[in-house]
Design a protein around this ligand. Structure first.
Ligand SMILES: [Zn+2]
Length: 251
C-alpha cells in the first residue's frame, strides 16, 4: 500500500483562527491524500472547489474575506489525479474527514465515489442550523453520491490497513484515517489537529464545535503517536514542506 500527498493549494488567514490567542497571519497547505490499496484507490478529502481558483467570493460569500487563497489551475484534486494518469471518475472510495469547504470542495469532480463519512457529520450537514453554525455549504457535498455512513471506527477493507477513526470536536462528526503501511503506521489527522503545535500545547483553533470532544480527540491522537504512529497533520506548513509530493509516496 502506498500513500501520496496531493498539494491542493494554500489558505492564509489570521493565526488566531487556527491557534486561539495567536497574533499575526498563518499560511496553511490544503492537502488531499491518495491511498493505493491492493483492492483499490481511496482518496481522503478532496480539497477546495475549482471555482476558488478564479473567484472565491462568488462561491464562498463572506467566508472568502476571511482568507487569502493561493490556488491555481492544475491544483484541484481532479487535476492532481489526472497528472498521475488517474481518471477522477475511476475513484470509488472517498473518505471525508468533515464537511468544511477545504475538505469536500472536490467532491463534485469525483462522481462515482462512494463517500465514507461519519453519520453524525452527514446529519449535521443536513441540519440548517448546524450548516450555518459550522459554515458548511451543501453544494460541496449534497450531490447524490452513494454514501457509507459510519457510527464510529470502521475498517475499510477488513484487513486493518485503512481504518476510519472518529475524532469528533472540530465539527460534530469529524474523523481521521489510520493507515498501516509497509513503513509503519500513519494517521492522517485532518482538522482534528491542524498543526504539531495544536497537539503539543493543546492549543485549539479560534472556533471549535465542541471543545471537550476535541480535547479528547487530541488525547487519542497523542496516544496513537506514543504507540508509534506517525501523525500527518491537517494544515501544518512546516511538516507539509518536509513531505514528498505525488508521484513520490509519503509512505
Ligand atoms: Zn481544513
Amino acid at each position: 500500500m502506498r500513500v501520496l500527498a496531493l498539494a491542493c493549494g494554500w489558505l492564509t488567514g489570521d493565526a488566531g483562527l487556527f491557534l486561539a490567542g495567536e497574533a499575526g497571519r498563518m499560511r496553511l497547505p490544503v492537502p488531499s491524500w491518495l491511498i493505493e490499496h491492493p483492492r483499490g484507490r481511496v482518496l481522503f478529502d478532496s480539497g477546495m472547489h475549482p471555482e476558488l481558483q478564479r473567484d472565491p467570493r462568488a462561491r464562498l460569500g463572506p467566508v472568502a474575506d476571511v482568507f487569502e487563497f493561493s490556488y491555481g489551475p492544475g491544483e484541484d484534486v481532479a487535476s492532481r489525479l489526472r497528472a498521475l494518469e488517474i481518471d477522477p471518475a475511476s475513484i470509488r472510495l472517498l473518505v471525508t474527514s468533515h464537511l468544511h469547504f477545504d475538505h469536500v470542495g472536490g467532491n463534485a469532480s469525483l462522481p462515482n465515489a462512494r463517500v465514507v463519512v461519519q453519520r453524525r457529520e452527514w446529519e449535521a450537514g443536513r441540519d440548517p442550523d448546524l450548516v450555518r453554525r459550522n459554515y458548511y455549504d451543501p453544494r460541496d457535498y449534497d450531490l447524490g453520491h452513494d454514501l457509507l455512513l459510519l457510527d464510529g471506527e470502521h475498517d475499510l477493507f477488513g484487513d486493518g490497513s485503512v481504518v476510519c477513526v472518529p475524532t469528533y470536536g472540530h465539527t460534530p462528526g469529524h474523523q481521521s484515517l489510520r493507515l498501516r503501511t509497509g513503513s509503519g503506521e500513519l494517521v492522517l489527522t485532518a482538522d482534528a489537529c491542524y498543526l504539531r503545535r495544536t497537539l503539543e500545547r493543546l492549543q485549539l483553533p479560534g472556533t471549535v464545535f465542541d471543545r471537550e470532544a476535541m480535547l479528547a480527540s487530541l488525547q487519542r491522537l497523542r496516544a496513537l503517536e506514543s504507540a508509534g504512529a506517525r501523525l500527518l497533520f491537517g494544515h501544518d506548513a512546516e511538516q507539509w514542506q518536509s513531505l514528498p509530493r505525488a508521484p513520490e509516496p509519503v509512505a
